[in-house]
Design a protein around this ligand. Structure first.
Ligand SMILES: Cc1ncc(C[n+]2csc(CCOP(=O)(O)OP(=O)(O)O)c2C)c(N)n1
Ligand SMILES: [Mg+2]
Length: 393
């Protein structure tokens, strides 16, 4: 049909659609206490995968706790935690193939860890030292790894959304049986890039998973002030995409939904929208204080629905984890993270020239002049440029 309508019904009196016209199912596999709901479909999961997922949960919790502390001590300039959203991120990362490409927003470091990013690589990025893969050019937490198929995080919201459409499309063109996965917050879904990216993906049939972490807030703006639709899932349907909503604090539901979405996207060469219903338990970032815009009661309510504790109960019930092993994991990672902080903060800063490299294959004459001017300036006023200025050859 030329005007692309489907499922039309001719009526003879006024009949509006509203946000309640669409009832969206929400997938849940485990109860809040970690027990499996009777009759629920289980995801594909074995002991090895489950242990890797739990290991990533513990590492992430330790990293978040220690690095927020390091920021408070003035050792790094900025930090963002993913407390409360571990299941949404790790459950989805665990459903992917290592050749699937991840385009993250910024709160998905657990997915990078799941892929194998080392403690040293995390720390070198946060301390912007010369071993940082990003050569010290980015704020802490803007990770990237081409080896692990993880695009570098961009600060401007929504950047990765149309890019993911392109990455997915290129996989299809090259005949790869893989997907791109694009993580974004419900706040970022207000950006124009979201609409452009999703519409392009739907019309061009790009095998991309658009994974929304609906955690209730965009810094201080609650979701109900950000948009009036039925979450983000309703928009997927609007773009003609297969869409699935699930309990984002339920590790098994996230895994099941993402496995199914991935299979569907590859088999049919189409995008899928996923909406994980979760909550940002921590502050937006180390620069934010949520006490100004939400209550402690609300936070505590969600703190009690900790997704890691829920998954742990299930792991214990499977016999794939003991309390002693759990304690040992936390101890191991606390020591490892602390030791790595001490090493990475002492590694030299990148050479100043790195600021100018990689923009073009060969620096242009203007860039070369700017570099020479900057070096001369720093040499003239060395006391104004402590070690953060980068080394000059
Ligand atoms: C284009 C743009 N506008 C505003 C900002 C400032 N900003 C950074 S994060 C953020 C909130 C994003 O919320 P959401 O997408 O829900 O992700 P969450 O932080 O909840 O994980 C805002 C407004 C930005 N980085 N880029
Ligand atoms: Mg949000």
């Amino acid at each position: 049909m030329s005007n692309a309508t489907q499922n039309e019904q001719i009526v003879h009196s006024v009949s509006f659609l509203d946000r309640d016209s669409l009832t969206i199912p929400k997938l849940r596999v485990t109860n809040a206490d970690g027990t499996v709901i009777e009759g629920a479909t289980l995801p594909k999961i074995d002991e090895t995968l489950a242990k890797r997922m739990y290991d990533t949960c513990v590492f992430t919790q330790v990293l978040d706790e220690r690095m927020l502390g390091a920021q408070r001590q003035g050792r790094i300039s900025f930090y963002m935690t993913c407390i409360g959203e571990e299941a949404a991120i790790i459950g989805s990362a665990a459903a992917l193939d290592s050749q699937d490409v991840i385009l993250a927003q910024y709160r998905e470091h657990a997915a990078l860890r799941f892929r194998g990013f080392t403690t040293e690589q995390f720390m070198d990025q946060m301390f912007s030292n010369e071993k940082d893969l990003g050569k010290g050019r980015q704020m802490p937490i803007h990770y990237g790894s081409s080896e692990l198929n993880y695009h570098t995080v961009s600060s401007p919201l929504g950047t990765q959304i149309p890019q993911a459409t392109g990455v997915g499309y290129s996989m299809k063109m090259n005949g790869h049986k893989n997907v791109a996965i694009c993580y974004f917050g419900e706040g970022a879904a207000s950006e124009g890039d979201f609409h452009a990216g999703l519409n392009m993906a739907a019309t061009l049939k790009s095998p991309t998973l658009f994974f929304c972490r609906n955690n209730g807030y965009a810094i201080s703006t609650p979701a109900e002030e950000q948009f009036k639709g039925n979450g983000i899932a309703s928009r997927g349907v609007g773009y003609g995409m297969h869409t699935i909503r699930f309990d984002g604090n339920d590790m098994l539901a996230v895994l099941l939904a993402t496995q199914a979405a991935r299979e569907f996207a590859i088999e049919n060469s189409v995008p899928v929208l996923l909406e994980a219903m979760t909550y940002r338990v921590g502050a937006h970032s180390s620069s934010d204080d949520p006490s100004g815009y939400r209550s402690k009661e609300e936070e505590n309510e969600w703190r009690e629905q900790d997704p890691v504790a829920r998954f742990k109960t299930w792991m214990l019930a499977q016999g794939w984890l003991t309390e002693e092993e759990d304690q040992a994991l936390y101890t191991k990672y606390r020591e490892e993270v602390l030791a790595q902080v001490k090493v990475s903060e002492k590694v030299a800063a990148p050479e100043l020239e790195e600021l100018f490299n990689d923009v073009y294959d060969e620096p242009t004459p203007i860039l070369k002049k700017q570099m020479a001017d900057l070096k001369a300036h720093i040499k003239k006023y060395p006391e104004s440029y402590p070690k953060t200025a980068g080394r000059i050859k």
